[in-house]
Design a binder for this molecule. Structure first.
Ligand code: S3P
Length: 190
C-alpha cells in the first residue's frame, strides 16, 4: 500500500510567469497560512539576486541552493510555498515536496507565459532574443515534470483569485477526504 501522504503545506510549481507568487499570496490569505518563495529564500541567504547567482556561479550552483532550500522546507507547516520554475524538474526535489505538501502545478500555454514575462528582465533563462521560442522549448522539456503534480490547474483563462479558491478547496478535500469543504452542506455520496 502507498504510504499515507501528509498535507501540512501547499507547494506551487509551474513555469516562470504562471502566477505562482500572485496565486500563492492569495491562497495563503484564504487559508491563514504563511507565504514563502524559494527564490526569495535563496536571495536572502545569499544576500544577492538570482541573476547575479546565475551570472557569477552558474546554473548548477543555483540548483544546489534550490535543493538545499527544498530539503529545509520539509520541516515546516502551514505554508504556501511558491517554487522557482525549475525546482520541481529535479525528481528528488519533487519527492521532497511530496513528503509534506500537496503539490499543485499552475499550467499556462507558452503564449500566455510569454505575454506575462516579456516586459520583465529578471529571469536569466529567458534572456534570449527569441524568448517565445525559448519558453516553448523549456516548457516541452519540463512538461513531464510538471504533470507529476497532485493537481494541475489551467490558468490561461482563470483569474488568480479563482485559481486560489479552487486550490484551497482541493487542499481542504485532500486533508479531509469524504467531507464537503462548504460548511452546512452534506457531502454527496459518490
Ligand atoms: C527558473 C525560474 C525562476 C528562478 C530562476 C530559474 C526556472 O523562478 O528560480 O530564474 O528554471 O524556471 P520563477 O518561476 O519564480 O520565475
Amino acid at each position: 500500500m502507498a504510504p499515507t501522504r501528509e498535507y501540512r503545506n501547499i507547494a506551487l510549481t509551474g513555469f516562470m510567469g504562471a502566477g505562482k507568487s500572485t496565486v500563492g499570496h492569495l491562497l495563503a490569505e484564504i487559508l491563514g497560512f504563511e507565504f514563502v518563495d524559494t527564490d526569495r529564500l535563496i536571495e536572502q541567504r545569499q544576500n544577492r539576486r538570482i541573476t547575479d547567482i546565475f551570472e557569477k556561479e552558474g546554473e548548477p550552483f543555483f540548483r544546489r541552493l534550490e535543493s538545499e532550500v527544498c530539503r529545509e522546507l520539509e520541516g515546516v507547516s502551514d505554508r504556501v510555498i511558491a517554487t522557482g520554475g525549475g525546482l520541481a524538474v529535479d525528481p528528488s526535489n519533487l519527492e521532497s515536496l511530496r513528503r509534506h505538501a500537496l503539490v499543485v502545478c499552475l499550467w499556462a500555454s507558452p503564449e500566455t507565459l510569454y505575454e506575462r514575462v516579456r516586459h520583465q528582465g529578471h529571469r536569466p533563462l529567458l534572456q534570449d532574443p527569441d524568448s517565445l521560442g525559448r519558453i516553448r522549448e523549456l516548457l516541452a522539456a519540463r512538461t513531464h515534470a510538471y504533470r507529476q503534480a497532485d493537481i494541475l490547474v489551467g490558468v490561461d483563462f482563470r483569474a488568480p483569485l479563482d485559481t486560489a479558491r479552487q486550490i484551497a478547496s482541493g487542499f481542504r478535500r485532500a486533508r479531509n477526504p469524504g467531507t464537503s469543504d462548504r460548511p452546512g452542506r452534506t457531502p454527496r455520496p459518490t
